[in-house]
Design a protein. Structure first.
Length: 550
């Protein structure tokens, strides 16, 4: 008679109802007549860590124990977890890294969703952990795993993630309890019962479906499945993507570039107009021609052109107040907001948008002469110690006035072409593209490294300006021909500088990389120095360490 407890470790982020889930599991065991114990280990705030809940349940009902009482542990033991449940993918892998899961013992139920950590958000480049690598780690260290998009299920059923987690646990069949007992535990809680039961049922069905599919896959021989997968990929991937590629792109670009170029072309048509998208195609054709000359056999799979197509589209669709207004006023955004707050069709949702446009945003839409005057006026203000001028605006985009204001601003696409920033951005883009073509003429690797530097241009405001300055400095100083430096060496230096620029906002890593490769340092940017008059101390203030006498 095996009476070893079933060990369950639940990991939940702040506000996801992990404590409620632990209570449901405990209550379910009690309702079934099993001894159980639940403890919790508080975590820290929100995404910097999870609160873990540890539950041990005796697999046998009390009446089969012959009067004996089980002794439970208060803490989980690495490698001794039967059921690891987590509401976030990285948190699941964190527990696996702590040794909690075992490939011989543990069933892992995890959400496929991510809540980015502070460290991931702080990285200037793409600091996200690779989701495929996280899933692979999970699969290697679990006897069995069930992975669902739990926040999506919870949102669809308008309930909390805890109810979805409970449904996934029940559907896994790991606990010796009937479904009705899990549902009775939810009813006994008395709060949000209907919504919780909906979320429970959705997750139960999803896990049951996954288990049925896994069992069927194991029953069939691999030889029977291979032709089916091959036929599905041939039927779906190639033809559908080719149909989405405009004819102009299909005839002008290599097939390997079609998918990313089609996305860029559609983005720029929406951003400005078809003529602007045609300029994108024209620029991309020049890059393709340079790569074709550098790699006639296409041995590199057109990686240079694909990189240029991606970063060129993003740069050409730079953010400005016209673009922001268009995004705020879009119907897709209104639907997304309603979906996120869980509003029904008959409920009114009020949305207030906060803007703070400054001189740079207004000057961007003005002709060059007026823009220079306005910028010089703001520079003089800052030189006197004043803050940069800005106009705080709170706009109710759900109102007629707010929606109309956004629509009018979004309609100023034509003015964007006549604005000062548009001309500046096009000139900078062309300098980057010229550097790519010059680099590709020397070696494919150098051209590719310069194309990948396009990822430095992102964000808005000072972040965007800093990225462009770093890119052009790398392209025109580090990639330029230097005595004793081959094209391959300069390509490696450009790639290293790009990674260094993405490593930190301050640019310390980039400066060190530039110096290490013999390139000139970045020019210093002028910063105003403000002098403040020290406030005189009160006449009767005592000096430190001295007692006043009366």
């Amino acid at each position: 008679m095996n009476a070893e407890p079933i060990c369950i470790l639940v990991c939940a982020l702040g506000g996801e109802g992990g404590g409620v889930l632990a209570e449901w599991l405990y209550d379910c065991a009690v309702l079934a007549g099993h001894s159980a114990q639940a403890t919790s280990i508080p975590g820290v705030a929100q995404r910097t860590g999870a609160t873990t809940y540890y539950i041990e349940i005796c697999p046998l009902p009390d009446h089969q124990l012959g009067g004996r009482r089980p002794v439970f542990s208060l803490n989980p033991v690495p490698g001794g977890i039967d059921l690891l449940v987590s509401s976030e993918l990285l948190e699941t892998v964190r527990q696996i890294g702590a040794g909690m899961a075992s490939a011989e013992r543990s069933l892992v139920i995890s959400s496929s969703s991510r809540a980015l950590t502070v460290a991931e958000k702080m990285t200037p480049g793409d600091g996200r952990h690779n989701a495929a690598a996280l899933l692979a780690t999970l699969q290697r260290h679990a006897r069995e795993c069930q992975v669902l998009d739990m926040p999506a299920l919870a949102l669809a059923q308008r309930t909390a993630v805890s109810a979805v987690l409970l449904g996934a646990i029940a559907g896994s069949g790991r606990l010796p309890f009937a479904r009705s007992l899990f549902e009775e535990a939810i009813r006994r809680s008395g709060k949000g019962v209907d919504a919780s039961l909906r979320g429970f049922a959705a997750a139960f069905a999803a896990v049951a479906s996954n288990r049925a599919q896994q069992a069927q896959a194991q029953a069939y021989a691999q030889a029977l499945l291979a032709p089916v997968a091959a036929a599905a990929s041939m039927a779906s991937g190639v033809d559908s993507s080719a149909a989405a590629v405009p004819e102009a792109l299909r005839s002008a670009l290599p097939e390997a570039v079609h998918a990313i170029a089609a996305l860029g072309h559609a983005r720029l048509c929406d951003y400005q107009d078809p003529a602007y998208a045609a300029l994108y195609l024209q620029r991309l054709q020049a890059v393709v021609a340079a790569e074709r000359a550098a790699d006639p056999a296409a041995a590199q799979g057109w990686a240079l052109s694909c990189a240029a197509a991606r970063w060129l589209a993003l740069w050409m669709a730079f953010d400005d107040i016209v673009r922001v207004a268009a995004l705020k006023a879009s119907a897709a955004r209104a639907l997304r907001v309603r979906r996120e707050v869980g509003a029904s069709a008959d409920e009114v949702v009020k949305v207030y948008d906060h803007f703070k446009p400054g001189v740079a945003e207004f000057a961007a839409l003005l002709p060059a002469g007026l823009a220079r005057r306005l910028t010089a006026w703001d520079d003089r203000r800052r030189g006197r110690g004043l803050e940069p001028w800005a106009m705080p605006i709170k706009l109710g985009s759900h109102t007629v006035f707010g929606a109309l204001a956004l629509r009018i601003l979004a309609s100023l696409k034509g003015q964007r072409r006549r604005g000062s920033r548009f001309a500046v951005e096009q000139a900078l883009i062309q300098r980057w593209l010229d550097a790519i073509q010059r680099g590709a003429a020397e070696s494919w690797a150098l051209g590719h490294a310069l194309a990948e530097c396009g990822r430095l241009v992102k964000g808005y405001g000072s972040t965007n300006e800093r990225g462009k300055a770093n890119l052009l400095h790398i392209a025109e100083q580090l990639a330029a021909a230097r005595a004793g430096a081959s094209a391959a060496q300069r390509a490696a230096a450009v790639a290293a500088a790009c990674q260094a620029a993405l490593a930190d906002d301050a640019g310390s890593a980039l400066d060190a990389t530039l110096a290490a490769h013999g390139a000139p340092a970045r020019p210093l940017r002028a910063q105003p120095i403000h002098w403040y008059r020290r406030r005189p101390a009160p006449a009767d203030a005592a000096e430190p360490g001295r007692v006043r006498q009366h």
